[in-house]
Design a protein around this ligand. Sequence first.
Ligand SMILES: Nc1ncnc2c1ncn2[C@@H]1O[C@H](COP(=O)(O)OP(=O)(O)OP(=O)(O)O)[C@@H](O)[C@H]1O
Length: 293
Amino acid sequence: MKQARIILNPSSGTEKARTFKEQVVDVLKDRYDVFVEETEGEGDATRFAENACIDEIDLLVIMGGDGTINEVVNGLAEMEYRPIIGIIPLGTVNNFPRAIGLPLRPKKAIELLKEIKTKHVDVGKVNNGYFINLINIGALAEATYNVSAEQKTKFGSLAYFLEGIKTLQEEEKFSVKIETDNESFHEQAMLVLVAITDTVASIENVIASADVNDGFMHLFIMRELNPKEALSLARAAVRGEIEAEDQIIYCKTKKISITADKKLTTNVDGDEGFELPLEIEILPKQLEVVVDE
Ligand SMILES: Nc1ncnc2c1ncn2[C@@H]1O[C@H](COP(=O)(O)OP(=O)(O)OP(=O)(O)O)[C@@H](O)[C@H]1O
């Protein structure tokens, strides 16, 4: 019999992960020996994922939000053997599940485990860690910390988006130096985004040209924005036309190095990330994930 392991974060989202545990086990138990591990705090999901690679588990199911997914990716990104990853979206934002087109209703996502279809997706390496979605530096990173747990539960992604617009208006510019594969930039910026997927702050198709397995990172450097421009940017983001805005530099690249003139908050996959300088590269099609197609 094949081996499946479930990593369950009981604290994710609205704390419903445990209520779906039996359904996941039921769907798998005829084909797999199933073992469930619950996280108790930071680092557990990374450790469980590393062990799943060492034990050459066939299928690793994540029951949690983006933070739990990021921890798992950190555990297995460069292991020699990597299991297939299944995701049951149970976070508040679920940016990555949206980006790969998973159903957001846990019941529907569990059904995908009945007949497993997969896709290889890119992973980003940043300093000595990994990300699967997005790094942001400046205004949006600050916004993430200003959104309270209560706002997050009540308004979900909208809370980040509104806070982001507010912060964009208050934030000071910073001087940033960025090297990519072919170009170098020295800009006064308000916000730097490095995206792997097309989904930002849970809004899908923000970056029309980005795909989860295109082998590229999508870099945006936003110069100073006044409130009117910030709103126009928000509208462009919703239409997937963010690249067309004048006050934004955009390019695709496989490597990026970033330094700045002051200490800045970086946010990696929705959580506090590394301090600058950052060395970032893409690891194409590094993970095999269960998808709905
Ligand atoms: N048993 C636990 N109790 C409290 N916190 C936990 C527990 N297990 C893991 N954690 C913490 O949960 C965080 C990850 O939560 P996760 O991202 O899955 O949920 P979320 O924030 O609701 O989702 P999203 O990021 O999609 O909004 C990590 O910081 C991790 O340290």
